[in-house]
Design a protein around this ligand. Structure first.
Ligand code: AMP
Length: 889
């Protein structure tokens, strides 16, 4: 509402009707203003009322921004007695426009407006002030300005409310939402999954009073065949697939599968390729193995009736590793073949062989045996359907068989005639001598002969040999499968079994570990911007990482200060070797390392809000339990991941959790030496190590039994820190007192406003018997359950203000233990309100003790957390004074 912009009157109502407040009565002519300047007259009460301002139903809190000028009273002569330099802002709600009816009594005062800069005779100073009008509920409202004798001009008035803009997060869209007011500081909004996404866990988010979205929870997932591309679900490209509704990307169709059109949720096998029943439906398909190769027979036993058959694996395994072999034996006379029968023994067996050898015994001399070795794999079950010929006897000479036949002749003469060979086929022959006792002797080279294509005449092939020889010949299989040279994914990789963390110390050279687990970054891709912290080894910077063909990312850069020893350098880099092994939403992500240059660096993702303890202290009382539990859920999920990988953190504490700009919490601080040296909370124990006593489980303090169960204890302490907005666990008790108290079964009391279920979980984490403590998996499930039904957070644990807000026992001899209001405020860390108390005339502790919750609010304590802290403290004080007076009696 700006007269200059409008170019004229705004039609506002002035009262009394004929006095003051006329447009254009300005201090400087070109300004259009509503102004009044009755500085020399007594008892001024001039009003200016806006037209009716319609209110959007959800906007219960509006901002009023004024531009105005106030003239210095000293610039008028002899008016100082009556001249004022402030005016008042009023509001009145109404369901309808009341026209020119104006009743002062219906207006509520919002604020007294005073200029920051006053306008003198020759210098014009424009002030801009913003005030908030809360708790609006009717269809609209008026604003009014009351002048009580100032020389003031109003230039413009802007009335607005804040909204959280429509947004898409976690594949859910959230509508534009009007920011709440003081009675509903955070508005919970449920999201709707974007097209082609399905609900995984109902997505929700909060809109803050400042119009910012915070603490998103829940998630939609792109349905099968679709993937997340910049907050939308796009069809998988042709040749790609996605089997489940999950956050994963579409993957290329695996080997030997058909490329389908876009949007595929699976890739069927190509013709002639199959998946074994135990293969994952998302894995590659495989063909049948080709024939085993290089089948040879040797004698091993002292009897001519024994043979060892051995061969090499097939050239083409069909892309599988589950190859087995079976042996078939035929006795052929002329063209008539028959199975060798039961008599022949195979060791270890005649089928299901995984080794490429078998020993055969109980063979009769003078008989012509033909052995067939067949390769099988997990997909061979399909072979009987797809290729029934495979089971036919080898004597049919079916070229499509994936078999190698091997014929053994045991002779007692030095020549042999071989009849009935197939035309156009290559045969390999080898001659081996046997001693008279059957012991194997030397053997000839393999010789290859080919039969003629027109096999009308019989081939007669003879080979001279020594006495008592074995004559072998082998038919080379003409059919070799031309399988594609594909990469083969073993099913174990497909299932992604949980890895186990590898301690970099297990590498003889720690540099190998760094190279294995961390990407090397060239220092020219890193820009340091600002120091944000101090690590054990050197400064921590905020900066930018711009790797070639990758987007710029904000990063934190840990540096190693000059003058380090090789040992220090290795300890420094060990954090990267550890961090590089992890990949989880709630674990700080390693971008890479610089090791090949003088200044070693560790580069991680940047967490805008820094360490959690600090962050919560700076935002004391600003989050509700739902948000706090949401943060704990994230930390617990990160810890579950670490414990699943068998990594024990040993220094879990809010100071080692980092927070990003969406309030996601991530576990950090993984150095090998960190618990020993790095943490300022570390205290030397008698056994020489350094331990952060307040966060550490008793068994870990007592006998260094650090396990995931001791991490769970620390997690309980982190829960307490979070619910208490970064309060120091056990306040100012000494480490010694803390240990003593824990041994005597004392546990931290519930923080103020802590949901009962959350406090119960803390107590479980602090069970003396570590086997009874919940696991991180249990903790994540429980926290999820609480978040899914936020009513479960409404039951608040009993809170004893005298313990939870650290009150000194007594310091004065009279009733109240505090000598002054400011001393008291300081003790409960609320000194920022000192002035509010003074201005409201509350200057003694007696007056404080009389205050009701309403009074605390009225003097300007707005944040619910602060209100409660002060109110509880007063309650506690009353309790203490009455106890004292009882003693006095
Ligand atoms: P640290 O040596 O890991 O304890 O880091 C020292 C301090 O640097 C921390 O307390 C944080 O304030 C800050 N810091 C470390 N890493 C990051 C990060 N990734 N993002 C933002 N601040 C960080």
């Amino acid at each position: 509402m700006d007269m200059k912009a409008t170019g004229g009157e705004l039609g506002w109502l002035t009262w009394p009707l004929d006095q003051g407040d006329k447009p254009g009565v300005s201090i400087v002519p070109p300004f259009y203003t509503y102004s009044v300047c009755n500085v020399a007259e007594r008892e001024q009460d001039n009003w200016l009322r806006t037209t009716f301002i319609q209110r959007r139903p959800a906007a219960s809190r509006v901002f009023v921004e004024l531009q105005f000028i106030v003239r210095d009273c000293n610039s008028f002569d002899a008016t100082s007695l009556t001249c004022k330099e402030t005016f008042n802002l009023f509001t009145s709600e109404s369901d309808a426009d009341v026209g020119t009816t104006f009743r002062k009594g219906q207006f509520k005062k919002v604020a007294t407006i005073a200029p920051d800069e006053i306008t003198s005779k020759n210098e014009l100073r424009i002030n801009t002030e913003t005030r908030v009008v809360e708790n609006l509920s009717r269809k609209g409202f008026y604003l009014a300005f009351q002048d009580i004798g100032a020389c003031v001009a109003l230039l413009s008035l802007r009335v607005y409310y804040k909204t959280c803009p429509a947004t898409v997060k976690s594949l859910a869209s959230f509508p534009e939402t009007v920011a709440g007011g003081e009675n509903q500081a955070l508005r919970e909004v449920s999201g709707v999954c974007v097209e082609n996404a399905v609900i995984e866990d109902l997505p929700r988010i909060y809109c803050t009073v400042d119009g910012e979205w915070v603490v998103p929870v829940g998630q939609c997932q792109c349905k099968p065949g679709y993937e997340d591309v910049k907050d939308t679900c796009q069809e998988c490209k042709p040749g790609f697939f996605k089997a489940e509704a999950a956050t994963d990307k579409c993957e290329p169709c695996p080997a030997n599968t058909q490329r389908l059109d876009s949007g595929a949720s699976s890739c069927p096998c190509m013709d002639g390729f199959y998946r074994a029943p135990t293969d994952p439906p998302t894995g590659p398909c495989s063909g049948f193995p080709s024939a085993p190769q290089d089948l040879i027979a040797t004698t091993t036993q002292l009897s001519p009736g024994n043979l060892l058959l051995s061969w090499s694996p097939p050239e083409d395994t069909g892309g599988r590793s589950d190859i087995t072999y079976s042996i078939e034996c035929q006795r052929c006379e002329g063209t008539v073949c028959q199975p060798c029968g039961e008599k022949i023994r195979y060791e270890p067996a005649s089928s299901g062989l995984t080794d490429t050898k078998v020993s055969v015994s109980e063979l009769d001399a003078h008989l012509n045996y033909t052995f067939t070795v067949e390769a099988h794999s997990g997909v061979s079950v399909f072979a009987s359907q797809a290729m029934p010929r495979a089971n036919k006897p080898p004597s049919t000479s079916d070229d499509n068989l994936d078999v190698t036949t091997y014929t053994v002749l045991i002779l007692e003469k030095n020549s042999v005639k071989i009849n009935d060979l197939s035309p156009g086929t290559a045969y390999l022959f080898r001659v081996q001598a046997l001693g008279s006792d059957g012991s194997p002797g030397g053997s000839s080279m393999e010789e290859q002969f080919e039969t003629l294509l027109q096999g009308t005449e019989k081939n007669h092939i003879t080979r001279a040999s020594q006495m008592c020889c074995i004559f072998f010949y082998r038919k080379r299989n003409s059919h070799t499968r031309q399988g594609p040279e594909d990469t083969y994914f073993s099913s174990s990789e497909q299932l992604k079994p949980l890895k186990t963390y590898v301690d970099p110390h297990t590498y003889e050279d720690p540099n190998t570990a760094v190279m294995k687990f961390a990407t090397e970054i060239h220092p020219s891709h890193i820009t340091k911007q600002k120091v944000i912290g101090a690590g054990e080894f050197g400064e921590v910077y905020r900066g930018i990482l711009k790797a070639p063909s990758r987007k710029e990312v904000a990063v934190a850069i840990k540096t190693l200060k000059p003058g380090y020893t090789e040992k220090q350098r290795q300890d420094f880099l060990s954090e990267a070797s550890i961090m590089g092994q992890f990949s989880h939403q709630n674990i700080i992500r390693l971008e890479g390392v610089v090791t090949k240059f003088k200044h070693a660096m560790i580069v991680t993702e940047y967490m805008e809000n820094g360490a959690l303890d600090r962050y919560l202290r700076d935002h004391d009382g600003e989050f509700g339990s739902f948000q706090l539990v949401g943060m704990l859920r994230g930390i617990a999920a990160g810890m579950k991941y670490l414990s699943d990988m068998s990594y024990v953190h040993r220094d879990l504490a809010a100071r080692n959790i980092l927070v990003n700009n969406t309030l996601e919490c991530k576990v950090s601080d993984f150095g090998l030496s960190r618990v020993l040296e790095d943490d300022p909370e570390g205290t030397y124990t008698t056994s020489g190590g350094k331990i952060p006593i307040r966060w550490t489980a008793p068994e870990a303090i007592a006998y260094r039994k650090f396990t995931s169960a001791s991490d769970v204890w620390s997690f309980g302490i982190v829960m307490w820190e979070v619910m208490a907005f970064g309060e120091r666990p056990y306040w100012d008790m000494s480490n010694h007192e803390v240990m003593k108290a824990i041994n005597e079964a004392f546990r931290l009391p519930a923080p103020m406003d802590c949901p009962s279920a959350v406090y119960q979980l803390m107590l479980q984490c602090w069970l003396q018997d570590r086997s009874k403590r919940p696991r991180f998996g249990d903790i994540v499930s429980l926290l999820d359950k609480l978040l899914r039904s936020p009513e479960s957070l409404k039951t608040i644990a009993d809170f004893d203000p005298r313990v939870s807000i650290r009150l000194p026992s007594t310091s004065g001899s009279d009733g109240s233990p505090f000598r002054s209001v400011s001393e008291w405020l300081e003790s409960i860390k609320m000194s920022q309100y000192s002035e509010n108390f003074t201005c409201a005339g509350v200057v003694t502790m007696d007056q404080v003790l009389q205050m009701k919750n309403e009074d605390i609010k009225n003097i300007g304590v707005r944040l619910p957390g602060h209100l409660k802290r002060i109110a509880y403290s007063i309650l506690g004080l009353k309790d203490q004074t009455s106890t004292l007076s009882v003693f006095a009696v």
